[in-house]
Design a protein around this ligand. Structure first.
Ligand SMILES: [Zn+2]
Length: 286
């Protein structure tokens, strides 16, 4: 069975871990790493003849249109990660729609016209019960799927209340939701009656590779493709230190970044991966 590989293309300093220490106004002054890091992933995928979905931040597409063109030239799927990495629950519906539109315009400009964007991935999976309205806005912008809802126990947001990510009642697998789009959630495995999102991001870096492999096998044994997610900064051992970030956030952001590339390489050599658009072609009507 073919699994899906998704990459959220953003700068390390745009990651949620640093949101409170690096102001958006400083983004343009920070040393950029996203082009080199994404190109390393593109090279690795080319080596294995594998394609993936790249959810690119509009902010990145605006500054590095050539990177978007490289992604498309490699036959990969281009998706949107929004424009300025605002968590969904911190935006009003109108602000969310404006951010999504700006991102789609930036992707279209970078792609030189037809971008064929079908999917959206929210920053830090911040699409929750409180922000379900976002799915209707995603649909209204012509997108066919969202890949942002973690079917896990909601994690409370530190600021302004509400839930940061997680929707307990959400399906673990691709589902057509009442808002008229497909929800293709990042994969979880059931452990002791709970869903754990273990095949992406920090978990992928912290857990031993055999556990990731076993998780993918278990999902496949349920008759479902696994949906993995990673960020370009997760493969960058040379990332500049960010002053002022809380120790735990720094740890989660940096742990095992030197091992991610080797782990991904191993997975790519032993099983087949593809972009969401292809892996879920039947559902998306492609
Ligand atoms: Zn992100």
């Amino acid at each position: 069975m073919r699994n899906a590989l998704t990459i959220d293309v953003e700068e390390y300093f745009q990651a949620h871990a640093f949101e409170r220490v690096i102001d958006r106004a400083e983004w343009d002054r920070m040393p950029s790493r996203v082009v080199a890091n994404t190109r390393r992933i593109l090279a690795l995928l080319a080596e294995h003849g594998t394609r993936a979905t790249f959810f690119v931040l509009g902010w990145v597409a605006e500054r590095h249109p050539e990177l978007v063109r490289d992604i498309l030239a490699g036959g990969h799927e281009l998706g949107t990660h929004g424009h300025a990495h605002h968590l969904v629950y911190r935006q009003t519906p109108a602000e969310f729609a404006a951010d999504l539109e700006t991102s789609l315009a930036a992707l279209r400009r970078a792609a030189g016209g037809a971008d064929g964007v079908l999917g959206y991935r929210a920053p830090a999976f911040s699409l929750t019960d409180d922000t379900r309205w976002a799915l209707g806005i995603v649909r209204d912008h012509g997108l066919r799927y969202d890949s942002s809802i973690l079917p896990v126990t909601p994690r409370q947001a530190a600021l302004r209340g509400g839930k940061r990510y997680g929707m307990t009642a959400a399906s673990r697998f691709a589902t057509r939701v009442p808002e008229g789009v497909w929800e293709i959630p990042p994969s979880t495995v059931r452990v002791g009656g709970r869903n754990l999102a273990v095949v992406g991001g920090g978990w992928f870096r912290i857990l031993p590779l055999w556990l990731t492999r076993r998780a993918i096998r278990r999902i496949n044994a349920e008759g479902q493709p696994a949906v993995l997610y990673l960020h370009p900064w997760e493969m960058d051992p040379e990332e500049p230190a960010v002053a002022g970030a809380p120790a735990l956030a720094r740890f989660r952001h940096r742990v095992n970044v030197g091992r991610t590339e080797g782990r991904l390489r191993a997975l790519l050599s032993e099983s087949a991966f593809g972009p969401l658009r292809d892996v879920f072609a039947t559902q998306l009507g492609q």
